[in-house]
Design a protein around this ligand. Structure first.
Ligand SMILES: Cc1ncc(C[n+]2csc(CCOP(=O)(O)OP(=O)(O)O)c2C)c(N)n1
Ligand SMILES: [Mg+2]
Length: 510
């Protein structure tokens, strides 16, 4: 970004579910954007990237910044094409956006050669699609017979559970999902952008007993999330359970694991229809499931108690579990939380619970480190009235940290917190486990960087934290700095020898 703007951005109306758009130069500009496109592809984010290209008149002659962009983008987009003529620009932009919403959302790519961009055409000859008139609704309901079948299955179930995934947010289905679990009395687990659908403390909000529930449930409903590595490819679900999968994408349903029933369509419409269908029955079975919910609540409580000592740890260097707990305590109802890092961020998944849907962002299934600053920038740009807090690993922060300056320049203040262990610790652990203690540092040791100085150098606010009881006061001062318009970085020095259980089990590779 190069324009300068120091004025406070006027609040923009939040535009949920709208696609994003970015424009980059040809060659290295387009290759620089590849990771962002790939991240959107795996995260199912609708987004159009427009890239430049040398003039068609110099096609394949070795023009400045010439590369086969479309070939490179093809496997990581839903649609990638060259605009061959100026008359076609508007039409192909509508085509690309339409493709962004084909099944599960994702990115599209268009390259516009220089002479196509510069030429003038008679507008009467061009097709200029009108907003709202170039594509159909994506809110389809699935097979109505299957809606009835799912209602039957759930009404009869005694130990059901539901996993609410990213598409619950994509489809803005939070209300429908809440009504579904409350009416039918079903325990809900959340992952990805589905986190926050139910607030912590809600009687149907569960998170520490997911493995137990997947093992003991008689019916498991998977909503808007694939059977990928986060789900152990479906292997961690009881083999005797009735497994139902609901997804926007036909290709996702039944992939990697057999299912008893699959329904394709808008997950909000489907959950609402199932709730309505079950409500028509004389007894929807909600009461008989209470014992199962109580069993899981006891498990949640025991799980929380197990972690309490680590959450309250006063040890030095600071235990990263303590940081995770402090951050969760510090979040407001309105804070958008972003995680960007390896092990320190994995640890926060056990403590940090967003209070609302749409208030959690993470590196997603591509595991893209470096998303933090750009996500914070985008979140603050769309929601200038909200607090944006991003928790980084030091390795992750170093990837895109320079854009902290962009946040200063564009007046997009956010609160950055770094869990600094001077290492790429998640990978360091894997190497220690595989190759022995003296091999952990190879390629993973980072410098002891006082990032507060980096923040100050770029015009922001910064603090170093070495004592556990200084975490909260430093966060408070960071919050005040952000309120005064300065992005802030609180650099917390954490113990490099404490790891998340998922890192120790190397669960992500199983
Ligand atoms: C762009 C990118 N590069 C590399 C990786 C592989 N990777 C996963 S976790 C990790 C360590 C990150 O270190 P840091 O952010 O400091 O977190 P820590 O594990 O130390 O808590 C790395 C390199 C990745 N996921 N994304
Ligand atoms: Mg680190």
């Amino acid at each position: 970004m190069c324009a300068t703007s120091r004025s406070r951005p006027t609040p923009r109306t939040a535009t949920p579910g709208k696609p994003g758009c970015a424009v980059v130069t040809a060659g290295p500009g387009t290759t620089d954007a590849i990771t962002g496109v790939a991240n959107a592809f795996r995260a199912e984010s609708p987004f159009l990237l427009i890239g430049g290209q040398g003039a068609l008149s110099q096609h394949k002659m070795g023009s400045l910044q010439d590369l086969p962009h479309v070939d490179m983008m093809q496997p990581i987009t839903k649609f990638a094409a060259t605009v061959p003529h100026t008359e076609r620009i508007a039409d192909m932009v509508s085509m690309a956006f339409r493709e962004c919403f084909n099944g599960a959302p994702g990115p599209s790519f268009l390259e516009i050669p220089r002479d196509v961009l510069d030429a003038q055409v008679d507008l009467k000859k061009a097709r200029i699609p009108a907003a709202g008139q170039y594509r159909a609704s994506t809110r389809s309901l699935g097979d109505p017979d299957d809606i009835q079948r799912l209602a039957d299955i759930l009404v009869k179930s005694e130990r059901p559970c539901v996993l609410l995934g990213t598409q619950v947010w994509t489809c803005r289905a939070s209300d429908a999902a809440r009504e579904f679990v409350r009416t039918l009395n079903i325990p809900a687990y959340m992952n990805g952008a589905g986190r926050g659908t139910l607030p912590p403390g809600d009687p149907h909000h569960f998170n520490r007993t997911r493995r137990y529930a997947f093992d003991k449930a008689d019916v498991i409903v998977i909503v808007g999330t694939p059977f990928d590595f986060r789900m152990g490819y479906g292997k961690r679900l009881s083999s005797s359970a009735t497994v139902v999968q609901i997804d926007l994408d036909y290709r996702t349903v039944g992939k990697n694991r057999d299912i008893s029933l699959g329904i394709v369509g808008d997950v909000g419409r489907i959950l609402k229809a199932v709730t309505d269908a079950a409500t028509g029955r004389t007894d929807n079975g909600a009461k008989k499931r209470e014992a199962w919910l109580e069993e899981l609540r006891a498990g949640e409580k025991a799980g929380g108690e197990k972690l309490a000592a680590m959450f309250h740890s006063n040890s030095k260097p600071i235990n990263p579990y303590r940081v995770a707990w402090e951050i969760n305590e510090f979040l407001t109802e309105d804070t958008i939380y972003i995680g960007d890092g390896g092990d320190v961020v994995t640890i926060t998944a056990q403590a940090v619970q967003p209070r609302q849907p749409g208030h959690w962002m993470d590196p997603g299934p591509l595991g893209t480190l470096g998303v933090g600053v750009p996500f914070a920038m985008a979140a603050k740009y769309v929601h200038p009235e909200k607090e944006v807090l991003c928790y980084f690993g030091d390795g992750a922060f170093s990837l895109t940290g320079w854009d902290f300056e962009t946040c200063v320049r564009f007046n997009l203040p956010f609160l950055g917190v770094i869990g600094n262990n001077s290492a790429m610790n998640q990978i360091r652990y894997g190497q220690i486990a595989k190759y022995g203690a003296n091999r952990g540092d190879v390629g993973n040791k980072l410098g002891d960087v006082p990032y507060s100085k980096f923040a100050e150098m770029l015009g922001g606010y910064g603090e170093e934290v070495y004592e556990p009881d200084q975490i909260r006061p430093a966060l408070e001062r960071g919050r005040e700095a952000v309120k005064s318009g300065k992005p802030a970085l609180i650099n917390i020095w954490v113990d490099p020898n404490v790891y998340a259980p998922g890192t120790m089990n190397q669960t992500m590779y199983k």
